[in-house]
Design a protein around this ligand. Structure first.
Ligand SMILES: Cc1cc2nc3c(=O)[nH]c(=O)nc-3n(C[C@H](O)[C@H](O)[C@H](O)COP(=O)(O)OP(=O)(O)OC[C@H]3O[C@@H](n4cnc5c(N)ncnc54)[C@H](O)[C@@H]3O)c2cc1C
Length: 473
């Protein structure tokens, strides 16, 4: 008789994959095999924390960025021990916004420590590659990779993060094949090697646009940057130091109803504004229950939220630190950054450069701008039917996964089990992170992702890594 260890494969080692692996290894009572498929793992901790640019900072304060839900000050403690920050009072460090590069180093250290303690618990195999396909094999799966052959597994954890943005529809879709179009705003090449006499058009006006503007200017670009979006909303900065406001939540009661919620929301924002305080404490106050609220809304209410409130919510919820805000405002005042409220009409290559035609919805006029590069910052493509990730496409085309009703991610249940084409949940394919946006809406940032990673790992340890099953030889 020999022991057959259970085999778990995690595809993607951004925050979610890495922390799932950490909890599996730390908490396993029985030995198991862990395959990890991720290209360039080490230098790559997902697009958020793989940057080398120290000006790109976290948008969540230090005190809320611990990777462990049960040790909420873990990151704050780690930062306080750095010689550079040792003399800054802890209260200020708690509300500071650290470079994302530093957070990547923090995750590396957490991983290295975990790996060093994995002996006798987990046989870890790092596969420096991308997963491209999947097929059923016995009681598990066989995963195909780009160049490392196949990987067999009992259970698959899909921690693939965000897809790159989808292309806005224009008559000349061929434009998107042009080398001066960048579909991946998290690729550093999109902010490099530009002639400073030229203009750049950024499609989108959220936090990714902010990162791109910072990246461009840090790389010495002095030309003019345009950004176009249907709402042209101005971004907000973090204010009020995270002081909690409880008024709205105290008044909220189940069953939740979108209209009631919205009017309550307006009431409390008005109340605070009257005394010189902006809306952020009200927005932040529902963070702890936003997943619960979302899950209780009907599909119709969710659709109405997506149509009418999503952008407003996004601006209020995803804010930037003051130093980043100041840079953006300065660029606007210097007329080096112009945010256009408008709708793209077409983009064509001409002998003078790339001509971007748009309807300016502030002035109701059709206008054109000549630029030398177009960067897509419209946010991740969430419809898995249109995914550019070959592995997600393969899972979808084989019917192992299906989109949620709003096409915001992968349909799944609260135990992280994906629902297949047949609507049945799958015990052997689990997912977390951005893939759960349809189920949870707030499934984006570390404060909620760290909880998911721990819970998913716990659930796997209970259901899969139980005592090794003896097999007959
Ligand atoms: C620019 C940016 C800044 C952010 N800043 C913050 C912040 O300050 N605070 C905060 O809390 N959150 C922030 N976020 C949110 C962030 O997305 C989460 O914090 C978290 O990093 C998401 O982790 P993830 O593992 O789900 O996805 P990702 O970080 O996207 O990681 C997914 C990984 O899967 C890999 N992968 C995908 N497909 C395959 C495949 N087929 N085969 C192999 N590997 C694959 C990818 O290469 C990637 O490394 C930011 C996000 C971005 C994009």
């Amino acid at each position: 008789m020999a022991d057959q260890k259970k085999e778990i494969t995690i595809v993607g080692m951004g925050f979610c994959g890495l922390m799932t692996a950490v909890h599996l290894i730390r908490n396993a009572d029985n030995p198991f095999k862990l395959n990890i498929i991720q290209k360039n793992f080490g230098s790559n901790k997902g697009p958020a924390y793989s940057t080398d640019n120290p000006s790109l900072v976290l948008n969540v304060p230090t005190a809320k960025m611990s990777c462990y839900p049960k040790e909420p000050e873990h990151f704050l403690d780690w930062v306080s021990e750095k010689s550079k920050y040792r003399n800054i009072p802890r209260e200020l460090l708690a509300i500071s916004f650290m470079p994302r590069k530093l957070y990547g180093e923090y995750l590396s250290e957490v991983w290295e420590k975990t790996l060093a303690g994995s002996k006798g618990k987990a046989e870890v195999r790092l596969i420096n590659d991308s997963a491209t396909g999947i097929r059923e094999s016995g009681n598990g799966y066989e995963i195909t990779t780009e160049s490392s052959g196949t990987v067999s597994t009992d259970v698959l954890v899909l921690a693939t993060g965000n897809d790159t943005p989808g292309e806005p529809k224009i008559p000349n879709m061929n434009f998107y094949k042009c080398p001066e179009y960048f579909c991946n705003p998290w690729d550093n090449d999109c902010v490099r090697d530009l002639n400073s006499d030229s203009n750049v058009m950024i499609i989108g006006n959220g936090l990714t646009m902010v990162d791109t503007v910072i990246g461009l200017t840090d790389n010495g670009f002095h030309g003019k940057i345009f950004s176009i979006s249907p709402n042209g909303l101005a971004m907000l900065q973090h204010r009020h130091g995270g002081v909690a406001y409880k008024g709205l939540v105290d008044e909220l009661s189940e069953p939740y109803d979108l209209d009631k919620l919205f009017s309550l929301f307006k009431k409390h924002v008005r109340l605070l504004r009257e005394i010189g305080i902006s809306a952020e404490p009200v927005v932040d106050s529902v963070r702890g229950i936003s997943q619960k609220i979302w899950m209780s809304l009907s599909v119709d209410e969710k659709m109405r939220f997506m149509k009418h409130l999503r952008h407003l919510w996004g601006v209020a919820r995803h804010r930037v630190p003051i130093n980043v805000y100041d840079r953006i405002i300065r660029l606007k005042l210097e007329d080096r950054l112009k945010v256009i409220k408008g709708r793209l009409l077409n983009i064509v290559n001409t002998e003078n450069g790339i001509k971007v035609d748009f309807r300016n919805t502030r002035t109701y006029s059709d206008e054109s701008i000549i630029v030398s590069r177009v960067i897509n910052c419209t946010g991740p493509q969430t419809d898995i039917g249109k995914s550019k990730n070959p592995f997600i496409r393969s899972l979808y085309e084989s019917g192992f996964i299906r989109p949620d009703p709003l096409r915001l991610g992968i349909d799944a249940d609260t135990e992280f089990r994906v629902l297949g084409k047949d609507g049945l949940h799958n015990e052997r394919i689990l997912t977390l992170g951005g893939n759960l946006k349809g189920l949870l809406w707030e499934s984006t940032a570390v404060p909620e992702l760290r909880v998911q990673a721990e819970n998913l790992a716990d659930s796997l340890l209970r259901t899969t890594v139980t005592e090794a099953e003896p097999v007959m030889e």
